[in-house]
Design a protein around this ligand. Structure first.
Ligand SMILES: Cc1ncc(COP(=O)(O)O)c(C=O)c1O
Length: 393
């Protein structure tokens, strides 16, 4: 038998076919950080945005069992019943929402990003405005671009608090959505209940949707808890979309699991859009996570809190550091006396085998860098010592 000829290489000019929406999204900052990092030999990697602990054994077992019990087909678009029940229970005890009542609903999504994309698609027409924090999680402006919405940046420097006062100044008659993120990526800042209540009331007054991205809710450190609980606007009303995830909390970011809860009118539209895009969240992951809220993460949280303390100790006297109250990031100012951009500082760190992410990836400013302390103590300590040396200059 003769071998078939090798298929010809692509000849069409595919650049010409790429949509403006795809072309407008720039990933070069992050890509560069990863590419440069990839060239290093055994680097100290302080750039990773996911927990460094494995998925708890009980959750692993339950996902494996789900596969073995043939829970591998599509689930309902809204989600597998056992996980929907478990999320409803969680939200009842945590924020006091009764999801069996009229007017509000919840759904399981393909990651927190999936929930955010569906919310943008359901609410924003081309030209509508969405207010997001600056610094921000990189997905926020990108999905705005995808739906043709205008992203309005709420400057939160130097304390990284997205307050009602800062938001109000940005509201126009095109504003339809305000997106907040506490604990925040890349800053780790946790807003107080009072600040969150003020934001919810502001949105209510203007008839705007508040979306609260609470993906790091589990990683809220002691001093930022109120009555032992993570502060959320959801305790003050249901005119909002609450978005949470499982990936960061249980170390299963690759399972692509999140959920959203809010007004039924909105969730119904998001479900319709999910049906024609993601279809459903991964079935075995949904079943696997049905018991997740019973898993005690206390030890991991304490570990992260103690690492956060090491970061504060390492940098406290060499730069302005806004102490992170949650998540596992610090957004650290490059000392002004060095006279360099975050990009230049990032290159200096790379030259010492340490990977962080330059601040311009998360912001329109270029003055800080993001460090993730979701990394083993020994590596973190070596990285902090090198970064400190670079900052002292
Ligand atoms: C603030 C924030 N929201 C959402 C996400 C996306 O999470 P998921 O992996 O669940 O889509 C991330 C991931 O880094 C994040 O930092």
């Amino acid at each position: 038998m003769t071998q078939p000829a090798t298929p010809s290489r692509p000849e069409i000019d595919f650049n010409r076919l790429i949509s403006q929406r795809a072309g407008a999204i720039d990933v070069s900052g992050i890509r560069r950080a990863f590419e440069l990092g990839g060239q290093l030999d055994n680097p100290i990697n302080l750039s990773i945005g996911q927990p460094d602990f494995p998925v708890p054994e009980a959750i692993k077992r339950s996902a494996i069992e789900a596969i073995e019990k043939n829970r591998n087909g599509y689930t309902l678009t809204r989600g597998a019943p056992e996980l929907l029940d478990s999320v409803a229970g969680r939200l009842r005890t945590d924020v006091g929402w009764d999801l069996s009542s009229d007017g509000i609903m919840h759904m399981i999504t393909s990651g927190t990003s999936g929930a955010l994309l569906l919310a943008y698609l359901a609410v924003l027409n081309p030209g509508d405005e969405v207010i997001i924090p600056d610094p921000y999680f990189v997905v926020y402006p990108a999905i705005g671009e995808m739906v043709g919405a205008k992203t309005v940046y709420c400057e939160t420097y130097p304390d990284f608090r997205m307050t009602a006062e800062r938001i109000e100044a940005l509201i126009t008659d095109r504003t339809k959505m305000v997106l907040i993120n506490s604990p925040g990526n890349p800053t780790g800042v946790v807003l107080s209940s009072q600040e969150l209540q003020d934001i919810l009331e502001l949105c209510r007054k203007h008839g705007i949707l508040l979306v609260s991205d609470e993906i790091y809710d589990a990683f809220t450190y002691e001093e930022s808890l109120e009555d032992g609980r993570f502060p959320t606007p959801a305790r003050f009303g249901q005119d909002m979309l609450l978005v949470r995830g499982f990936g960061k909390t249980y170390g299963c970011t690759g399972w692509r699991m999140g959920y959203a809860a809010g007004p039924s009118t909105l969730i119904q539209q998001m479900m319709k859009l999910q049906q024609y895009t993601f279809v459903c969240a991964p079935s075995m992951a949904q079943v696997g996570l049905a018991g997740a809220f019973e898993v005690d993460l206390g030890e991991h949280i304490r570990t992260y809190q103690s690492r956060r303390d090491r970061v504060a100790e390492a940098f406290g006297d060499v730069t302005d550091l806004v102490q992170p109250g949650g998540a596992f990031y610090a957004f650290v100012k490059v000392p002004a006396r060095l006279g360099v951009s975050s990009e230049e500082f990032f290159m200096r760190a790379i030259n010492r085998n340490v990977i962080v992410i330059p601040g311009h990836v998360f912001s329109r400013r270029d003055t800080h860098f993001r460090l993730s302390y979701a990394t083993p103590d020994e590596q973190l300590d070596r990285g902090l010592a090198i970064l400190r040396e670079l900052m002292v200059g």
